[in-house]
Design a protein around this ligand. Structure first.
Ligand code: URP
Ligand code: ZN
Ligand code: ZN
Ligand code: ZN
Length: 487
């Protein structure tokens, strides 16, 4: 039947092993991976000789159909996912946002948005306020297949939460076995900085970068890391954009703390001096938070990724057209924040990290796919080419080349921050649960074919946690016994 497929003669790459082998797929699942597999005439065969056969990309950080800053992102769950598939990504985890603080209402809204999906997806849930209802709803969300919660330390007056909520949220995550995630920037200092820029008459996109320098990302990253250490729960830092934040993560990991750092493709690949471009729309298209930093941060983040200081690559795909970016023509505070990347991530990481010689092909698979599956507890169903895994597969030709341009990309946004990028290594085929959805530069996708992937919480050995907590308590001095005052 058409649901049977054989990929022949390619180099099959997993995060920990590679071999020349055939991959046999039936009904959306990988059935066999062997040096030689023979099949009948009814089975379609794809020749992958001289090419890499790898797990499809998993993007841990996207915002599709996101209502943000008085507008809504151009890509919805269909167009964003179609773009993803054309670029070799076969699953993403999107940030569901509560409605008026209600997680249940937020989840239901995102369930609805995702009905037009054409590839598999999961959700993180943002926490934007705190009370007993939210705490109870977090339990409900875990039952619905969410095992990660995001706290925004920036966007004052909108999504931002303070330290008190962060502390309560971290404790709740720990008790649920859920992973806490942070957008780490000091929102109070940014708010003051923004007002200052406007006072100084700096109303253009460069004011965005000037009002939220790397030190404010480093500060919030350090604060979140220390609070997570205090609570004794793991922490995932999203969109690590600066050396300042990266070094805090490096320090914490060296000391044995469970901290995960996620750089995004725009932070690895781009130079933030675009924000100083004299043409408003050109400058504004690069505007996101935290800002894309000046030259030097990109290379340092690449090195951190290559050496394991940072663990996986996301995109933060959150796209707005030129007309939407122009909402902030007179005031950078009104420019919707966000850049593209869902379609470009796999090619750019290949070009920047593998073609440049910084990492191996197995490492590429680890940090574009396997590590994400492992962190969010869906490995080896996702992130591997193994018997029993979902048949989410890409075929990359290392001798063919790719080029990025808004003229032919599949996202609905009218610009591309990677415009004109060319490189070697072209994803020629994308297979989504056994269906060939991208081939010969053509997409074959249909709304409603993507599935919601439930992610279950993590088990801690509570004995182990108690031991760590106990060692903290034991380190405290015994209370001092004082004689009653005689005064
Ligand atoms: O500018 C950004 N990053 N927009 C998306 C929302 C977020 O902070 O992740
Ligand atoms: Zn069949
Ligand atoms: Zn963020
Ligand atoms: Zn984001």
């Amino acid at each position: 039947s058409s649901s049977k497929l054989l990929i022949k003669g390619g180099t099959v790459v997993n995060a920990h092993h590679q071999q020349i082998a055939d991959v046999y797929i039936e009904d959306g699942l990988i059935v066999a991976v062997n040096p030689t597999i023979t099949v009948g005439d009814e089975v379609r065969v794809i020749d992958a000789t001289g090419k890499f056969v790898m797990p499809g990309g998993i993007d841990p950080h996207t915002h599709l159909e996101f209502e943000f800053m008085n507008t809504v992102t151009k890509d919805d769950f269909f167009s964003g996912q179609a773009a993803a598939l054309a670029g070799g990504t076969t699953m993403h985890i999107d940030f569901a946002i509560p409605i008026d603080g209600s997680l249940t209402a937020g989840f239901e809204a995102y369930e609805k948005k995702a009905q037009k999906s054409c590839m598999d997806y999961g959700f993180h849930m943002a926490i934007t306020k705190w009370d007993e209802t939210v705490a109870r709803e977090m339990e409900l969300m875990v039952e619905k297949g969410i095992n990660s919660f995001k706290f925004f330390m920036a966007y004052k007056g909108a999504l931002m939460i303070g330290d008190e909520l962060l502390l309560q949220g971290l404790k709740k995550c720990k008790s649920l076995g859920a992973l806490a995630m942070v957008h780490a920037e000091n929102g109070d200092a940014i708010d003051e900085g923004q007002k200052k820029m406007i006072e100084l008459g700096i109303t253009g996109p460069e004011g965005h970068a000037l009002s939220r320098p790397p030190v404010l990302e480093g500060e919030a990253t350090a604060r979140a890391i220390r609070l997570a250490d205090f609570v004794n729960t793991p922490l995932y830092v999203v969109h690590v954009m600066s050396i300042d934040a990266m070094e805090e993560i490096a320090k914490a990991r060296t000391s044995g703390q469970r901290v995960i750092g996620e750089p995004i493709v725009s932070g690895l690949a781009l130079d933030g001096s675009w924000l100083w471009h004299p043409d408003f729309v050109t400058a504004a298209k690069y505007l996101m938070s935290p800002p894309i930093r000046k030259q030097g941060h990109d290379k340092a983040l690449q090195a951190a990724l290559a050496t394991g200081v940072l663990q996986l690559v996301g995109t933060d795909h959150c796209v707005f057209n030129s007309t939407q970016k122009s909402l902030g023509i007179d005031d950078f505070r009104k420019i919707p924040n966000g850049v593209n990347g869902i379609e470009e991530r796999m090619h750019l990481v290949w070009d920047i990290m593998v073609e440049s010689g910084q990492i191996s092909v197995t490492d590429y698979v680890r940090l574009t796919s396997t590590e994400c599956a492992r962190i969010f507890n869906i490995y080896p169903r996702k992130g591997a080419i193994l018997p029993g895994s979902d048949a989410d597969i890409i075929i990359l030709n290392p001798n063919s080349s790719f080029e990025v341009t808004a003229k032919s990309h599949h996202s609905r946004v009218d610009t591309n921050v990677f415009e004109g990028w060319r490189g070697k290594g072209k994803i020629e085929v994308t297979i989504s649960r056994g269906r060939v959805v991208w081939e010969n530069n053509e997409l074959k996708v249909a709304p409603g074919t993507g599935r919601y992937i439930e992610m279950s919480p993590f088990s801690y050995l509570f004995d182990g946690l108690d031991k760590k907590d106990a060692s903290y308590l034991n380190s405290l001095q015994a209370p001092v016994k004082r004689a009653k005052s005689t005064a």
